[in-house]
Every structure is written in structure tokens, then in C-alpha cells.
Write a protein that binds this ligand. Structure first.
Ligand code: HEM
Length: 179
């Protein structure tokens, strides 16, 4: 049985794929804001408040990202590129998507490692004192990953706008809701 995804299945994303994409985008923005706010703050109360949002949201991103990969693997393959740009640009987009997944997993992995080593759940939601996060070995890869994913997200969004406003194809529209 095929998945209903509009009149032109080869060129559209399913409603589930769109929901997961935009929910992930929003939650990753929340992670960037709360993460940098915590990272640059010297006040412990601000750090704790930001990380109380950061950790549960990161957990949601973990679930959505694993769900998304399983979805592409087992449920529905991605629609083919629309063919409106040169092949090298399509290849660049493919590598950028892979880089985004890689960076998300580096951030999730280093974040979870920091959380386990530093006993963060107990420090944030229990009674333990907040550890010195800069002392934790996964803190450095987490900071580097964060500084790399920010330009990667901006390039990804910039490419979508380039398709929409310059090339004027359906790349952005087919990831949005409705027809
Ligand atoms: C896609 C996933 C994630 C993104 C985009 C993200 C983003 C960020 C950013 C931008 C920072 C600030 C980095 C800096 O100032 O150098 C940060 C710090 C941090 N993140 Fe994440 N993060 C993610 C996942 C996680 C996870 C899964 C955890 C823990 C379970 C976590 C825990 C932390 C902690 C403890 C800090 C340090 C805050 C501080 O030094 O005050 N992050 N994150």
C-alpha cells in the first residue's frame, strides 16, 4: 500500500515528513538560543533556567531525528530533486543534509555524555550542585558542534530561499503545508 502524499507523490513530502521537519527546525532553534544563553552566562541561575529547557528539548530532537531517519529508511523515500539547478548544486545539498545529521548527532552524543558524566539531571531537577561544565571533556566538542551547526542551518535556509525567490521552483513549497 502506498502512502498518500498528494497528487504527485514523486515530487512531494508526506504530511508526517513536513511536521517532523518543521518541528525539528523550531526545536533546534530553541536549543541554539538556550544553549548559547547558558554557555555565555556567568550567572548560575540563568544557566540552570536555560538548561532546564535545553535538556528536555534536546531529548525531543533526539526522538524526532531517529524517527525521521527510520521514516526515510523504512516508510517512504525522499522525493527526487526537482532538477531546476545544476547537478553540483544538488550534490552540495545532499552533502549539506548529511552534514546537518552528523552535527545533530555530535551535539546529541556530546550533550548526553556531558549530562551523564556531570550528573546534570540531578543538578537541574534535583538537589545536586551544578558541576563546572567547562571541566567536562564532551563540553569542547559540544561547543564546536554548536558553532558549526549555526552556519550550516543558515546555509540550508538560505538555499531554500534561493530556490524559492531566485530559481523559483517548488523546493520550499513542497516542504510547506497544503498544495
Ligand atoms: C541538536 C542538539 C543540540 C544542540 C543544537 C545544542 C546546542 C547547544 C549550544 C548552542 C550550546 C552553547 C555552546 C557554547 O556556548 O559553547 C550548548 C551548550 C550545552 N548543551 Fe547543548 N545542544 C544540543 C544537545 C544537547 C544535549 C542532548 C544535552 C544534554 C543532554 C545538551 C546539554 C548542553 C549543556 C550542558 C551545555 C553547556 C552549557 C554551559 O556551558 O553553560 N545539549 N548546546
Amino acid at each position: 500500500m502506498s502512502i498518500p502524499s498528494g497528487p504527485d507523490p514523486a515530487a512531494s513530502y508526506s504530511r508526517t515528513a513536513k511536521l517532523v521537519h518543521w518541528a525539528s527546525a523550531l526545536l533546534i532553534l530553541v536549543l541554539l538560543v538556550t544553549g548559547f544563553r547558558a554557555g555565555f552566562s556567568v550567572e548560575e541561575t540563568v544557566k540552570v533556567a536555560m538548561l532546564r529547557i535545553h535538556l528536555p528539548v534536546a531529548f525531543l530532537v533526539l526522538i524526532l531525528t531517529v524517527f525521521r531517519l527510520l521514516w526515510w529508511l523504512w516508510v517512504q523515500s525522499k522525493p527526487a530533486p526537482l532538477g531546476a539547478v545544476p547537478a553540483w548544486q544538488e550534490a552540495l545539498a545532499r552533502w549539506m543534509h548529511r552534514a546537518l545529521y552528523l552535527l545533530i548527532f555530535v551535539l546529541l552524543g556530546s550533550g548526553i555524555a556531558m549530562s551523564v558524566i556531570g550528573g546534570l539531571p540531578d543538578a537541574l531537577f534535583g538537589t545536586a550542585p551544578l558541576p563546572d561544565l567547562s571541566e567536562l571533556p564532551p563540553r569542547a566538542p559540544h561547543g564546536i558542534g554548536a558553532r558549526l551547526i549555526l552556519p550550516a542551518v543558515l546555509l540550508h535556509a538560505g538555499a531554500a530561499f534561493y530556490h524559492h525567490f531566485v530559481v523559483r521552483d517548488r523546493t520550499l513549497r513542497r516542504m510547506w503545508f497544503g498544495r
